[in-house]
Ligand binder design. Sequence first.
Ligand SMILES: [Mn+2]
Length: 287
Amino acid sequence: MRRLVTLPERGRLIVSTDLQGNVGDFERVEEVFEHAAERPEGAVLVITGDLVHGPELAPDEWPDYLGSYYRGDSKRLLEKAKALADRHPGRVHYLLGNHEHAHVGGPVVAKFFPDEARRLEELLGPASTRQMKGWMRTWPFVAVAPKAGIVMLHAAPHAAIESASDLDKLPLDGFLDLTLADNGARAILAALLWARTTSSERAYSFLKAILPTAKVAVYGHDVARQGFAIDREPLLCVSTSFGCFDGDKLYLDWDLSEPVTSARDLARDGLHPLHPEAPPVYRDTDD
Ligand SMILES: [Mn+2]
């Protein structure tokens, strides 16, 4: 299975991170992408995983740390995501996150329910569950924009790989059986889907394995309450939806033909508010 998607060298690149069942935010990402796709050179959309598994809380149970209120609806989000990909063949890429992995062989995730995957599969019923699993099993782990020099993945680029083809060999299953065989592969996949940060050295080594000229890794998984975080070069952690207030949510919009120089420059020139009309709460708007 090919786990690396190589994007075109021209057109717009739209990137969103974790949605966790937030249909309203997905619709806004969809609108941004479909508007960009109307340009003559076209556009591609990359959503870096964790589309599913959101809170189903009442407004008065909602804790402040979750940002703006929404009611998670992963079922509807998946239907919309599939429809969007079908409308734009080869132009919409969903990367596997740890929450999708929980449906196709990964460890149980317990965020708002003791077993998030079971909760969603109960809502879907057996036929749709089978369909969803078949689809998610094909999702790539990494996308690369070769001319821009941007690598996208779910979590921080901490995985020890030597080449892109190492990604293709990683089995999704086997996280629950504790034999020593394939322990190395399990560690690589766990790092790809769970690492919150990493050293510059590990990150550059990951980028080099994917594309020697790559300059920045864009990912989510963690919540950056001000919309993005740069722990150090070449790491750009973006929060498009989950855990943020509406005015702090950011997405990436970049020209695929424009080489990036650093995470800092990409953040300054490429990040845009998902809800420009909403007031920022944590986001620094000085420049
Ligand atoms: Mn995640």
